[in-house]
Design a protein around this ligand. Structure first.
Ligand SMILES: Cc1cc2nc3c(=O)[nH]c(=O)nc-3n(C[C@H](O)[C@H](O)[C@H](O)COP(=O)(O)OP(=O)(O)OC[C@H]3O[C@@H](n4cnc5c(N)ncnc54)[C@H](O)[C@@H]3O)c2cc1C
Length: 482
């Protein structure tokens, strides 16, 4: 059996390893010069910094899959606790802890009387996670009927899927700052806390329950380790190999076209952004998808570390609601946005020359074409001023180099509409409504990745690859029996 995988992101690479493990001949076609997709480093001379993902969630999910693939011990993960500070304008800082006792004490210190609500939040969310994970994260919904079962509907009601994450946080916490602290995590997957379904409240819960981790050497190391495994296992990788078409005959795909050449295959797995992958298939109906938010990213090589006390840091603006309204409803840049600062050099001296450091700043912005690259660059100057004011007055003198990535570069890198996280995690693009792992009527074409169920984020995309491989093993068995 010859399997071709279109796209060498984490979803494509993990699926390739599972396919090889099942004894198939596997080949990856990747448009870019190297594998990893969004899971990559920005390299500059002796400096390197993660270009996309930085927050490692659900370590058990990642480790279980690496173990399945005999890749355990290839990466080392460190637990980050405290998780991160949230710095509010006016000087107040809420430290978020994975450790529940410490978190309760910190909440009580700043918001007297609210620590009991935190305990209640964690207790309720734990039950919801226990019910929600097996129902929605561990399986696919190949038929709509398999989603709308009595049991799933009861779980959706339990998860309060009809509410937003923010509304759910409001049920527990009186302080708006605490509500923000327990809902801004939808931005990790490109959705507004005010609009994203409360099923995604499992993200802030998981930070406390399962922790935030750091891959030693940077998250991009995971892509490097997997790329090495592909080579060791003789999986052929074609880079600079953009796929332009999937050829079909009756109800089956017969192969792909890349660099004007037809390559036959028995099975095709699409890992690029789903709205583009869909268009590789003949005769598909037009369907519009809503993109996730974009990111303005600023990378710095520094002659010293940036002055933050923690690896992950959130700087809140005066009103997260206004930022979200501008971003998701008005499609415009907010003048006082919340932003995130990543300072891995605090715990990792492999990223820069001795004594030097690297840093990464992320501002959630609209993935909108009408905002020009020039507009984003002007905006980045304002953000830099804010950054200097709020983190490090000496930052300008420390800068050895800086690099900016806007949604325009993301779009050029095949990210849907320049959004960072695939299609938005809205209710009508989640669960059964998200493209599924076998999304077409063609018998041998499959999909995996951030825009496909179960959704975006490194562990969840890896989980999608695992679910897909389970389906493929069942289909293999079926062929053997017949
Ligand atoms: C700025 C940013 C921050 C993030 N932060 C986090 C975080 O902290 N934690 C977390 O868990 N996740 C985070 N994410 C999300 C995470 O990176 C993604 O969910 C995940 O990497 C998606 O993997 P994928 O395999 O679906 O897609 P991709 O990584 O996009 O890979 C798809 C690959 O397909 C290739 N391709 C596309 N079209 C074609 C074609 N026609 N022919 C051949 N190849 C093609 C692309 O070049 C790409 O390499 C972040 C993402 C970004 C951008």
């Amino acid at each position: 059996m010859k399997t071709i995988i279109v796209g060498g992101g984490i979803g494509g690479m993990i699926t390739a390893l599972y396919e090889k493990q099942a004894g198939h001949d596997v080949e990856i076609y990747e448009a870019k010069p190297k594998l990893g997709g969004r899971l990559a480093f920005h390299n500059r001379g002796p400096y390197k910094i993660d270009e996309g993902p930085t927050v490692v969630l659900l370590p058990q999910m990642i480790n279980d899959i690496l173990k399945d693939l005999n890749l355990e011990n290839r990466i080392e993960m460190l637990r980050i606790d405290p998780l991160y500070p949230l710095h509010f304008p006016g000087g107040e800082t809420l430290l978020k802890w994975s450790d529940r006792k410490k978190q309760a004490a910190e909440i009580e210190r700043i918001f007297p009387g609210e620590s009991d609500s935190f305990h209640k939040y964690m207790k309720d969310m734990e039950q919801r996670f226990e019910a929600g994970k097996p129902a929605f994260l561990d399986r696919a919904f190949l038929q709509k009927s398999s989603f709308f079962t009595k049991s799933n509907i009861s779980i959706l009601m339990k998860l309060k899927a009809y509410q937003s994450v923010r509304k759910q946080a409001k049920k527990y916490f009186k302080s708006i700052k605490l509500q923000e602290a327990f809902s801004l995590q939808t931005l990790y997957i490109g959705g507004s806390p005010l609009q994203t379904s409360a099923i995604y409240s499992l993200v802030p819960f998981s930070e406390h329950a399962h922790g935030i981790w750091y891959v030693k050497g940077g998250y991009g190391k995971l892509a490097e380790v997997i790329a090495e495994a592909l080579e060791e296992r003789n999986i052929k990788v074609n880079t600079h190999a953009f796929v332009t078409e999937v050829k079909t005959e009756k109800d089956k795909a017969t192969g792909i076209v890349s660099r004007n050449k037809y390559i036959p295959a028995d099975r095709i797995i699409l890992n690029g952004e789903f709205p583009f992958m869909k268009d590789l298939m003949p005769g598909q109906q037009k369907k519009t998808f809503q993109p996730s938010s974009g990111c303005l990213l600023m990378f710095f090589g520094l002659s010293d570390k940036i002055n933050t006390k923690h690896v992950h840091n959130f700087f809140m603006g005066e009103s997260l609601d206004t930022h979200m309204e501008n971003l998701f409803k008005k499609n415009k840049l907010d003048e006082d946005p919340a932003f995130y600062v990543f300072n891995p050099s605090l715990i990792d001296d492999t990223l820069a020359p001795q004594g030097h450091g690297v840093a990464y700043v992320l501002v959630p912005v609209p993935a909108a074409e009408h905002i020009t690259r020039e507009d984003y660059l002007i905006y980045s100057e304002k953000i830099k001023k804010l950054l200097i004011q709020r983190t490090d007055h000496n930052l300008q003198d420390k800068i050895v180099w800086e690099h900016i990535r806007t949604p325009h570069e993301a779009k050029a890198d095949y990210l849907f509409e320049g959004g960072s996280f695939g299609i938005a995690p809205s209710l009508l693009q989640s669960g059964v409504f998200r493209p599924q792992i076998k999304p077409f009527s063609y018998k041998n074409v499959y999909a995996v990745g951030a825009s496909v169920h179960p959704g975006g984020g490194i562990p969840i995309v890896m989980q999608g690859a695992k679910i897909l491989s389970e389906l493929l093993r069942k289909e293999d068995e079926q062929v053997t029996i017949n």
